[in-house]
Design a protein around this ligand. Structure first.
Ligand code: CO8
Length: 291
């Protein structure tokens, strides 16, 4: 796999773990806040992983201590009214001979940025293989929305979670209002979104927001344990299971059962299935090479 650098890196583990891909957020100076460069990095990483047929599971984590992701870059996307922009540009004109320092986004650029953020998280969610988010520290705003786009979440005890957008007079618009209630239920999601309250890892696990809450510093280890487990299973079966669950949750029950049947049928003629059955009959582990 191509190893991407910059604020988003991807790496493949080796030997028997070679189906596991690590996607790491690495923008320490801004606590992994998602600005334009970070967003491009995420898009490239997701596309690269999506094109890699030997990827079986993705672990999404942060290289920056005590933070998963501080959300959208609030400095880059600061919204100004038209007259404020005019005032700002005028003041820059008098201060600098060029306008290169004007890095802030206009309202329409913010709109574009949010649309890309939304579609990037949707492509993360749509990866055919399972994704596990590792949260050690803060997962806030867009950072939490990114974690919600993963299939599983594991956190350290000192982690904090919040969707603080209403405090900024916006809503969690990169999937938060839709994915959070589907994970924790509508009542808990409404309370968290209306108040922006920060919750701890322990509370997050009690409401089903994360799958596991482990002692601080051990979340990555736990996520790898889960990833290894998944990596040992029939890779096509895992993809079909994800597809069946995701498709089924979007439609009514009869259509959901049809979706499940379609996915099941795709597995009937595979070498993987025959090897799984043979291994059971011969009382041995299925051969990973065949799987
Ligand atoms: N954007 C830009 N810079 C940030 C951000 C951010 N979101 N968060 C932190 N930083 C910067 C700080 O400004 C600081 O920079 P500098 O050193 O230049 O002063 C640097 O990172 C370090 O930050 P702290 O000193 O605050 O570090 P701490 O370890 O004390 O705290 C926290 C880390 C807890 C992450 C804290 O920085 C924090 O609370 N940050 C704000 C988080 C926040 O409110 N995020 C929500 C953003 S809103 C959002 O994501 C909406 C997305 C959906 C869009 C849909 C719209 C329709």
């Amino acid at each position: 796999i191509q190893t991407l650098s910059g604020p988003v890196r991807i790496e493949r583990l080796s030997d028997s773990d070679s189906g596991i891909i690590e996607l790491k957020l690495d923008r320490p100076e801004a606590k992994n806040a998602i600005g334009k460069e970070m967003l491009r990095g995420l898009q490239n990483a997701i596309e690269t992983i999506g094109n890699d047929s030997s990827a079986n599971v993705v672990v999404v984590s942060s290289s920056v201590p005590k933070v998963f992701c501080a959300g959208a870059d609030l400095k880059e996307r600061k919204l100004m009214s038209a007259s404020e922009v005019q005032q700002f540009v005028n003041s820059l004109r008098s201060t600098f001979s060029s306008l290169e320092e004007r890095k802030l986004m206009s309202a329409s650029e913010v709109q574009q940025f949010v649309n890309s953020l939304r579609s990037t998280f949707s492509s993360l969610e749509a990866l055919s293989v399972p994704t596990v988010a590792v949260i050690e520290g803060a997962a806030l705003g867009g950072g939490l929305e990114m974690a919600l786009s993963c299939d599983l979440r594991v956190c350290g005890e000192e982690s904090t979670f919040s969707l603080p957008e209403t405090g900024l007079a916006i809503i969690p618009g990169a999937g938060g209002t839709q994915r959070l209630p589907r994970i924790v239920g509508r009542s808990a999601a409404k309370e968290l979104i209306f108040t922006g309250r920060r919750i701890s890892g322990k509370e997050a696990v009690s409401m089903g927001l994360v799958n596991y809450c482990v002692p601080g510093g051990e979340a990555h280890h736990k996520a790898l344990e889960i990833a290894r487990d998944i990596n040992q299973k029939g890779p096509l079966a895992i993809r079909m299971a994800k597809q069946a669950i995701n498709k089924g949750l979007e439609v009514d029950m009869p259509s959901a059962l049809d979706a499940e049947e379609e996915c099941y049928e795709q597995l009937l003629d595979t070498q993987d299935r025959l090897e799984g059955l043979a291994a059971f009959a011969e009382k041995r582990k299925p051969s990973c090479a065949a799987l």
